[in-house]
Design a protein around this ligand. Structure first.
Ligand SMILES: [Zn+2]
Ligand SMILES: [Zn+2]
Length: 291
């Protein structure tokens, strides 16, 4: 059984529609696909229909942009009730913060002599719910300023570069609580992705485990082999579920092909058990796994 629990569509910063993503997952030989756009459940409906049609299990989720201990932390949330009002408001606040950052970044790019305006970004975003830096990067590519997204981030958009603007990110612990109330389960996405073990110390992970965190995404392209090994040991010592995922973005990210990392079936079963328990506790009408 091949299980990939972290992917993106055009509803956030992937390049595929949800139909294209689900069909690509089937074609790639996956049995279970996790759909986790940034801060939105927008793609859930069409993805569910396609999953039923092609015969693949679909786990509906999202990747929430949070902050913890002064750093950005991505929180995967699986199977929450997407209509739970506090969750809806929580995501709205994050999405609004991201969209309002776009004009500020565009202004900074203009300040360093690049001819770009917000219409270029809107065009690159193609009507997505979550306009953000990846779409500004796409606009810079379309305008011929840089050859690809990676260069756009490295030269202009990353922290410390001329067009970087900080933005609202929800507190991590509050995000975990809202997802729990919505009947979903949470997994830390690529916890050591950017800065290795400095990103999130072990005692911080232990504290989050005590607050109800369900798992760690251990197998991710941004983790070096030695970090994966260490994270696996940490997860085991804290009884956290270990997941592995591609973090696929279509053509939006290189070296993140569907199924390049996968989750072991027994870990997947544990995650579903925890989701069922969270759902029962919440009393919410949570989504089932399709298929
Ligand atoms: Zn992420
Ligand atoms: Zn992601």
């Amino acid at each position: 059984m091949r299980i990939d629990l972290h992917t993106h569509t055009r509803a956030s910063d992937g390049t595929q529609t949800s139909e294209e993503l689900v069909r690509a997952a089937k074609a790639a030989g996956l049995d279970v696909l996790g759909l986790t756009d940034h801060d939105t459940a927008e793609a859930w409906g069409p993805a569910a229909r396609t999953a039923q049609e092609v015969g693949i299990a679909l786990v509906r989720g999202m990747e929430i942009s949070t902050r913890h201990l002064g750093r950005g932390v991505h929180l995967l949330a699986y199977l929450p009730d997407p209509t739970y009002a506090p969750l809806v408001a929580h995501l709205r606040k994050i999405l609004d913060g991201r969209s309002s950052r776009v004009p500020a970044i565009v202004e900074r790019l203009q300040g360093v002599g690049i001819e770009i305006d917000t219409a270029d970004v809107r065009r690159a975003a193609g009507g997505t719910a979550a306009t953000g830096r990846p779409h500004i990067a796409d606009a810079l590519v379309a305008l011929g300023v840089v050859p690809d997204r990676t260069t756009a981030f490295r030269e202009y958009l990353n922290p410390g570069r001329p067009a970087y603007v900080n933005r609202y990110a929800a507190p991590l612990v509050e995000s975990m609580r809202v997802v729990d109330e919505a009947g979903g389960v949470t997994v830390l996405a690529h916890p050591w992705g950017r800065h290795g073990a400095d990103s999130l110390p072990v005692d911080a992970i232990a504290e989050l485990a005590g607050l109800g965190l369900a798992g760690l995404e251990v197998d991710h392209q941004d983790h070096r082999p030695e970090d994966r090994q260490r994270l696996r040991e940490i997860a085991e010592s804290l009884s956290l579920v270990v997941t592995g995922s591609s973090d696929h973005h279509g053509l939006g990210k290189h070296d993140h092909e569907l199924g390049c990392n996968t989750t072991a079936p027994d870990q997947y079963e544990r995650l579903l058990d925890l989701a069922a328990a969270a759902s029962a506790r919440s009393g919410r009408d949570t989504p089932e796994v399709i298929g």
